[in-house]
Design a protein around this ligand. Structure first.
Ligand SMILES: NC(=O)C1=CN([C@@H]2O[C@H](COP(=O)(O)OP(=O)(O)OC[C@H]3O[C@@H](n4cnc5c(N)ncnc54)[C@H](OP(=O)(O)O)[C@@H]3O)[C@@H](O)[C@H]2O)C=CC1
Ligand SMILES: CC(C)(CO)C(=O)C(=O)O
Length: 311
């Protein structure tokens, strides 16, 4: 398959590199120091599942320079979605699928609005990966899973083709015929994990082990479940308990990409995660006090590191 990765960071770089090593024709879109490093030294992935080095990669900061592709993988942060969607237009044919690896439930709303419903295939990814240094992606743990599916539930040829490309490249992948629900299922867990690990600046272990922090984590996720159900997404009413039980199975050291971003002084996605839950809840009449607390507490960090000393 010919694939373009829009945003070669933690997730885009990881999955793009695996697909390239799997024999697919992958072009990368990057900028700044990442673009320079990819041009100079190629792309390197460090992973417990095996390192990979692509010494030469097709990379650009301007998708219009690339030939059209079968599939675009979206790996930019949420604030860059709209502008990046405009940039990938020249890569699309009528058949091209656009799959977002991003978090949040708003990402595909934006892509569908800018690019049209028919172009967008729903997707969710489960992985912990970051840019360790320009040109180097570090994968933590062994989780590296994609779930994808057409929004109308059809198992289309393009979805099957991408599933086969991923499976043949060693990526854990499955097709869902209820992708909207799958996106919300991850959103419940992610909003709980990102909100609690970032506000308490610790990994999941101490949070799930402390009775009050654990109750807060559950309530944060339960608000997302209530918003999902009010939207018409049929999550079970006790889904927060299911996700709480799931957090007991992950490693105590697990944390969220947002917590990593906070520690690094980077801009945060909180307005598209807990903040989006608050906005949707307000529109639907669903109270979301825990997510509001998270959004408000993190607001002083949401634009990245600033001098808070007041000096
Ligand atoms: N990291 C993780 O483990 C996981 C992340 N996610 C989600 O995936 C999404 C991406 O996260 P992550 O991979 O961590 O993000 P990163 O910041 O690591 O990567 C995004 C990359 O895209 C680049 N980019 C943005 N806009 C453009 C553009 N117009 N042209 C070229 N390059 C561009 C960024 O450049 P610049 O730095 O200059 O902005 C950056 O290098 C988020 O929504 C996140 O929540 C989901 C699961 C796991
Ligand atoms: C929870 C996790 C690590 C799973 O993919 C994630 O999506 C994130 O932190 O952004």
């Amino acid at each position: 398959m010919r694939i373009a990765v829009m945003g070669t960071g933690g997730v885009g770089g990881y999955f793009g590199a695996r697909l390239a090593r799997g024999g697919h024709d992958v072009a990368f879109v990057a900028r700044g120091r990442q673009l320079e490093a990819l041009r100079a030294h190629g792309l390197r992935v460090e992973s417990p599942l095996g390192d990979a080095h692509l010494p030469e990669v097709e990379v650009t900061d301007d998708p219009a320079e690339l030939d059209p592709v079968d599939l675009v993988l979206f790996g930019v942060k949420l604030w860059d979605t709209e502008a990046s969607a405009e940039l990938v237009r020249p890569l699309l044919t009528e058949q091209t699928g656009v799959v977002s690896l991003q978090n949040g439930v708003v990402k595909d709303d934006i892509l569908r609005r800018v690019l049209g419903d028919a172009q967008v295939i729903g997707g969710v990814c489960y992985i912990a990966a970051t840019i360790a240094e320009p040109g180097v992606i570090r994968h933590s743990g062994t989780l590296q899973k994609l779930v994808l599916g057409e929004y109308d539930g059809a198992i289309s040829p393009r979805v099957r083709e991408f599933r086969d490309a991923c499976a043949g490249s060693g990526i854990d992948v499955e097709i869902s015929d209820r992708i909207e629900q799958a996106v919300w299922e991850k959103f419940v867990f992610l909003v709980g994990l990102s909100g609690t690990t970032s506000t308490s600046r610790t990994t999941i272990g101490p949070i799930r082990d402390h009775p009050r922090a654990r109750a807060f984590l559950r309530d944060v996720m339960d608000e997302v479940v209530r918003v999902a159900r009010a939207t018409g997404v049929p999550l079970p009413a006790d889904y927060a308990d299911d996700r709480l039980a799931f957090t007991d199975q992950v490693s105590a050291g697990m944390t969220s990409s947002m917590h990593h971003d906070l520690e690094r002084g980077n801009r945060l996605e909180v307005d598209w995660l807990s903040g989006d839950v608050v906005e949707r809840g307000a529109a639907l009449g669903v109270p979301t006090p825990c997510n509001r607390a998270i959004t408000d507490i993190l607001s002083v960090h949401s634009e990245g590191r600033t001098d808070l000393s007041g000096a």
